[in-house]
Design a protein around this ligand. Structure first.
Ligand code: BTN
Length: 266
């Protein structure tokens, strides 16, 4: 069933996120992140939300695509200009991930986990992901945080290559959800977390993120980034959201990005 977004209703709900902020709504678009980046570069103010019912070239991290069928998922990109140093920009997408996880917990689903940096899992299956992209003048942080969330997908809605490790809110809870209501709940949670991050720093958010993570301190992890693989024990999150890895040689490695897997350690 196709159910597009109602831009007016969405704009009213958006007032809860940021009074006066703009909502740019599409039935179909290549990628909400591409549109949001274009707006950011043209000087769009903080708070604008780009939402689509369907994406034809949804983008994921590390050059992957994001399956974005009409009427089923949430495809949304925030235009943000946080008062943070550019090096701290990754904290924004961690803050969004925490808001998403807490909104899912709010549906009564307690198996939600965060896979650093930007994956949202239910059990061991992926339900959502965040792609954050920065642009603009050095010294002035401007970024896009794009969220893809599988909401009302049934098992048959996923292509074969995703079916084995993906889930949706519907598959995990047993019933379908109103995307608008869910987005509205997310917006108020994110507004709160994003404000707190800028006013009070990242400590509280990082502690919540770590509590929601799919592995705990001391767990063996393997992180692959830029063709390089590092292995060690998870030693917590750094102040800019980086993953700290204890390699056992007395050295703590700080990883800013990469794909993480649990690893057996001797
Ligand atoms: C990932 O897990 O790899 C991140 C996926 C991010 C997908 C979202 S959907 C809305 C926004 N527009 C895009 O093209 N990508 C992000």
């Amino acid at each position: 069933m196709r159910s597009g977004w109602n831009a007016d209703a969405l704009a009213r709900r958006l007032a809860e996120w940021r009074p006066g902020a703009r909502v740019v709504c599409f039935d179909r678009i290549e990628s909400t992140n591409d549109k949001a980046l274009e707006l950011l570069e043209a000087g769009e103010p903080e708070g604008t939300l780009v939402v689509a019912d369907e994406q034809t070239r949804g983008r994921g991290r590390r050059g992957r695509s994001w399956h974005s069928p009409a009427g089923l998922g949430l495809y949304v990109s925030f235009v943000l200009r946080p008062s943070l140093a550019p090096a701290d920009a990754p904290l924004v997408s961690l803050t969004l991930a925490v808001a998403v996880a807490e909104a899912i917990v709010g549906l009564g689903c307690d198996k939600v986990r965060l896979k650093w940096p930007n994956d949202i899992l239910i059990g061991s299956r992926k339900v959502g992901g965040i792609l954050a992209e920065a642009r603009g003048d050095p010294g002035r942080t401007g970024l896009i945080a794009g969220l893809g969330l599988n909401v009302n997908h049934t098992a048959g809605d996923f292509p074969e290559e995703l079916a084995g490790n993906s889930t949706s809110l519907r598959l995990s809870t047993g019933h379908s959800w109103d995307r608008m209501r869910w987005l509205s709940d997310l917006l108020s949670r994110f507004e709160q977390g994003y404000g707190a991050l800028q006013r009070r720093g990242a400590g509280e958010m990082l502690a919540t993120f770590e509590r929601l993570m799919s592995f705990t301190r001391g767990a063996g992890v393997r992180i692959e980034s830029g063709g390089e693989v590092r292995q060690g024990r998870f030693a917590g999150l750094g102040s800019a959201g980086e993953l700290l890895l204890d390699t056992g040689s007395g050295k703590i490695l700080s990883c800013r990005f990469g794909d993480v897997q649990c690893a057996r350690m001797r």
